[in-house]
Design a protein. Structure first.
Length: 275
């Protein structure tokens, strides 16, 4: 019996070895590509331009991080009631949640940004009367709001899909133990749903990092906005390459963070598999 078991595990072990080897090769290639990009940027940049405008690139990068973090955090809060609506058995609530998700996922982000930023100007009197004009006259605030409402639609679909993916038997077993519905949701459903949702959440944050570049169209001086400004002064295309490197680094760091979180929250699953 032990011989048969060991033979049965041979293909699996070979597959794991192949995956490990492939991962090492890809990491080496990625490191070589990264070194090549850094070298190309260092050779292309004009030292005088970098000294003069390097601070603007850093400030734009920090503003990009602020845009992404704020919009994703606010979007996560908005997505909770929308996801609850998508899961609701009430047809009216479900229809409203679906309409919200359908509109923001089905229309371009740049169009949503224009509707909020330029559309707010059509209702100056209303916003002033409500004491909200200070918010809508700032392009950065409009960008954060439009990004948050957009990502909330995607996050609500991720969350509701992950909740649906939890086996119904888990809820029924917890209910049979006499647990309250909120306790079941918090202690039973959400921990399992978040494991399923983690990767899609990570992909959504990465997409928001790249989509945040459209904020520069409405005069927000994020990383892309600062790059456009510098290019208008210097006509130095290498700053666009530098901006691409900053975006690439941010995306890579996010990917590593998601990997670390996934390893942390699924360690009990790996222990069970090894046992």
């Amino acid at each position: 019996m032990s011989v048969l078991t060991s033979i049965g595990h041979l293909p699996l072990r070979r597959w794991r070895d192949d995956v490990t080897t492939t991962g090492i090769v890809l990491m080496v290639l990625w490191a070589i590509a990264g070194i090549g990009i850094v070298y190309a940027v260092s050779q292309a940049l004009n030292p005088e331009h970098l000294t003069e405008y390097g601070g603007r690139v850093i400030s734009g990068f920090l503003l990009t991080i602020r845009l992404v973090v704020s919009s994703v955090a606010i979007g996560a809060v908005i997505s909770i009631p929308v996801a609850a609506g998508r899961l609701s058995s009430n047809r009216a609530i479900g229809a409203l949640a679906y309409a919200y998700s359908y509109f923001f996922r089905g229309t371009p982000l740049v169009a949503q940004l224009f509707l909020i930023y330029y559309g707010a100007g059509e209702f100056v009197g209303v916003f002033k009367a409500a004491g909200l004009w200070w918010f809508f006259r700032d392009a950065t605030n409009c960008a954060i709001l439009s990004f948050a409402m957009n990502t909330a639609a995607y996050q609500s679909e991720i969350l509701s899909g992950a909740v649906r993916n939890v086996p119904r038997g888990q809820r029924e077993a917890a209910s049979a133990l006499g647990l309250h519905r909120l306790v079941i949701l918090w202690r039973v459903v959400l921990p399992q749903a978040l494991i399923t949702a983690l990767r899609p959440y990570g992909n959504e944050v990465v997409l928001m990092v790249k989509a945040s570049a459209v904020a520069s169209i409405v005069t927000v001086l994020d990383l892309m906005g600062q790059t456009r400004f510098i290019f208008s002064k210097t006509y130095d295309l290498s700053f666009y390459l530098l901006a691409a490197v900053f975006y690439l680094v941010l995306v890579e760091l996010l990917g590593r963070a998601v990997d670390a979180i996934e390893r942390r929250i699924t360690r009990h699953i790996r222990r069970t598999e090894r046992a």
